[in-house]
Design a binder for this molecule. Structure first.
Ligand code: BG6
Length: 496
């Protein structure tokens, strides 16, 4: 694919994401030869920085970039920093946009970026509307000279209603094909590989349905707590922060029907259909029985005392915000009728891991039942992170007399393909947006479909006295989470 000359304008450029993720990703793209000949970054933010200060903060003095590069790449840094510029702007101040437009025009003519612009909104969602309105007013949405694209970060809305409003307001100023809603999980190789595993292999796809699959389990665990993001997190919680976005995307890839081909619209049409087939839970009894929320409480990990969620900075000491969410649900369509799905996500668990576990049914007629083969023996485990790869568990005969069956593993690690550099999620997604490929970006209708499933759960948690359970920081969640899954077995806790 071709990457045309262009300018990337980052709103919220003095924020954490720019230094931590965006600039290192752009540096990696530059290093690996993916950037076009004429390419500049213009950071726009409230901090009163000069170009030089911006370069120091996000490139030359940035610990985030330094962590990523070795000695041999250090000499590339200065040349790279020279492509960065900065413009002071209050993103909700209309009068600041005239000068911004002038700056963009002058950089464009000086650096020959062919009037192709990407506007990256790395800001709180509350200013997505004002920024896009102002860009529109300055004519920066119009594609008569070059193309114009808008990337928006998550969270995309706070509820179904706010997501709809946000879509409506963005659509006033930009057309849907110009809007790229980022979900960095879609940039992970292993998430994309779900599609290849399913649709490129005749050893998996014929089994991928209710006839052969008993249940599906998805775990997304983080060992870290809320760190410095207590203020944001306390208003958000695990369901909004992880489930509505990243996990819904994984779920869509796991359950969707095969698309006609690998084009963006075909894939996104199928994802939309999949998300619309989730059985929305609205009955309080059903919500009570199928959802669990919890918060981590203080404990000692490796001899060190770890704070409980309610003691974290910027968190309400009486907060009911969940740091753990586990949901059981069904998918009402031909392929998945009555197959239960168990999905959990949490902070402060024993380890950082994301995996999808497909539990297959027992063969209909069991000849080896008494020989050690159990109904839990056939599993396909897709390790999204870390140790990216695929593990198949199956039964083999123990050598010797008779038919004793033992479990064996077939294990594939991505690291075994070491000659390929695995692009980080933000590298991949930025490059796609630079090339105009929206396959790995969420479309307006998809995001709304994901909210439609999550909204009633959030409402129920907010308005009912559904218990907020506690779990010790560093444990695999609250004890009663086991009751959610005990009809089919136990949660698979990867490091155990
Ligand atoms: C972000 C969430 O979107 O994803 C964070 O806001 C979370 O709370 C992060 O820690 C997890 O991403 P990853 O790629 O480290 O699994």
């Amino acid at each position: 694919n071709k990457t045309e000359n262009q300018m990337l304008v980052i709103f919220g450029a003095s924020g954490d994401l720019t230094a931590r993720k965006l600039i290192p990703a752009i540096f990696a793209l530059a290093r690996d030869g993916y950037l076009p000949e004429n390419f500049v970054v213009l950071g726009a933010s409230r901090s009163p920085w000069s170009d030089e200060e911006f370069r120091e903060n996000v490139v030359t003095e940035s610990k985030h970039l330094r962590e990523k590069i070795d000695e041999s790449q250090k000499k590339m840094i200065t040349g790279f920093a020279d492509r960065l510029f900065y413009h002071e702007l209050s993103d909700d101040q209309d009068s600041d946009y005239g000068p911004l437009k002038k700056r963009i025009d002058s950089l464009n003519s000086e650096h020959h970026t062919d009037s192709n612009y990407i506007f990256y909104l790395s800001t709180p969602p509350s200013v997505y509307g004002p920024i896009s309105k102002n860009l529109h007013q300055q004519g920066l949405h119009k594609e008569d000279e070059g193309w114009r694209r808008l990337i928006v970060e998550k969270p995309f809305g706070y509820s179904l209603e706010t997501a709809k409003k946000l879509n409506k307001s963005l659509h006033q100023y930009f057309k849907e094909p110009q809007i790229f809603r980022i979900d960095h999980y879609l940039g992970k190789e292993t998430v994309q590989n779900l599609l290849v595993t399913r649709f490129a292999n005749s050893i998996f796809e014929p089994l991928w349905n209710r006839n052969y699959i008993h249940h599906i389990e998805i775990t997304n665990a983080e060992s870290g707590g809320v760190e410095k993001r207590g203020g944001y997190y306390d208003k958000s919680g695990a369901l909004r922060d992880m489930f509505q976005s990243h996990l819904m995307q994984i779920i869509a890839f796991v359950i969707m029907e095969p698309p006609l081909n690998s084009n963006a619209e075909q894939i996104r049409d199928e994802k939309l259909k999949a998300l619309k087939s989730l059985r929305v839970m609205t009955d309080p009894k059903v919500l009570h029985d199928n959802t669990i929320r919890a918060q981590y409480i203080s404990s000692v990990i490796d001899g060190e005392k770890v704070k409980g969620y309610r003691e974290e900075a910027d968190v309400d000491p009486e907060s009911k915000t969940e740091t753990y969410a586990a949901i059981k649900f069904f998918v009402d369509n031909w392929r998945w009728a009555e197959v239960p799905f168990y999905v959990r996500t949490a902070k402060r668990m024993p380890t950082k891991v994301t995996e999808v576990v497909i539990h297959f049914k027992t063969p209909h007629h069991q000849i080896f039942k008494d020989a050690g083969m159990s109904n839990k023996d056939n599993k396909l485990i897709i390790r999204i992170q870390p140790d990216e790869g695929i593990l198949i568990k199956f039964g083999v005969k123990v050598p010797g007399q008779g038919f004793k069956v033992e479990r064996a593993n077939l294990d594939f690690y991505y690291s075994g393909l070491a000659e390929n550099h695995v692009m980080e999620a933000y590298e991949r997604l930025l490059l796609d947006a630079m090339q105009g490929d929206a396959t790995l970006y969420a479309r307006a209708d998809e995001v709304e479909a994901a909210w439609a499933f999550v909204d009633p759960i959030l409402e129920y948690w907010k308005n009912s006295d559904a218990k907020v359970h506690g779990y010790s920081a560093g444990a695999w969640g609250p004890e009663n989470a086991d009751s959610l899954i005990d009809g089919v077995g136990m949660w698979r806790n990867p490091s155990e």
